[in-house]
Ligand binder design. Sequence first.
Ligand SMILES: C[S@@+](CC[C@H](N)C(=O)[O-])C[C@H]1O[C@@H](n2cnc3c(N)ncnc32)[C@H](O)[C@@H]1O
Length: 250
Amino acid sequence: MTVTDALVEADYDAVADLYDRAFQDIRVRRPEWRWVREHLRQASRDTPQPRVLDIGCGNGALLSALSSQIGSGVGVDVSARFIAIAQQRLAAHSHVTVRHIVGSCLPFADNSFDVVISFLSFRYLEWEPVVREIRRVTAPEGRLLVVDMAAKRASITDLPRLAASTLQHALRPFRDRAFHDHVARLTAHPAWHTMLERHPIRDVDEYQACFERHFPGQRMEILNTTLSKCVFAIDSGHLEQTLRQGRSDG
Ligand SMILES: C[S@@+](CC[C@H](N)C(=O)[O-])C[C@H]1O[C@@H](n2cnc3c(N)ncnc32)[C@H](O)[C@@H]1O
């Protein structure tokens, strides 16, 4: 385990229970959840009952919500406390398991998965080695779905989304007081701040450059935005196809 992995694990272990209270149902992240569900549906047209890997699975809430849509699921995470929470949550789903990992190696055979998901965890990963590993463990017709938060100044075209996101945020305490209070407790925890300092939100251009290098031609969608940050999503498309396209373009 590198020093960075150990620090992330310690930070996330410290807030895992608070995080779980806030995000026990992943559907509170409405636009992000809808996007993943829809793109998994599209992937299921190519591969019914897909084998899914969730990198940075946290409390297992995403796999739990997706469990009826998938053939099998594996969640991996660097935080042992999160893995314990996810194990409990997923105990009733015999086709979904979780595993503690350290570093960028994914402990699975080649072509083990049809869909790999990184849901609000990509920024913690070491992109080059992990993308190599994702390509190795994913079937040629498989795909990677990434949802993450990035630094991005809102532009004029973001205005409708900015207005919608601001309204949703303002209504949250009235619509779901318990969720609002759990998020407030989580984000007030000192370990949360330490973690943000160690892993500052990356610029959207960094992601764009990484995705263009590995999945050329794929479009990033903005799901949520504030004046300075956004939540985006990207579907790699068939990995084999994007790799071929990258070779022919290059
Ligand atoms: C913001 S949380 C998101 C958790 C979950 N995907 C969700 O949306 O509820 C980020 C997750 O990434 C995990 N993580 C951070 N670095 C990691 C690494 N190198 N390998 C695997 N997981 C990692 C953290 O432990 C944490 O569970």
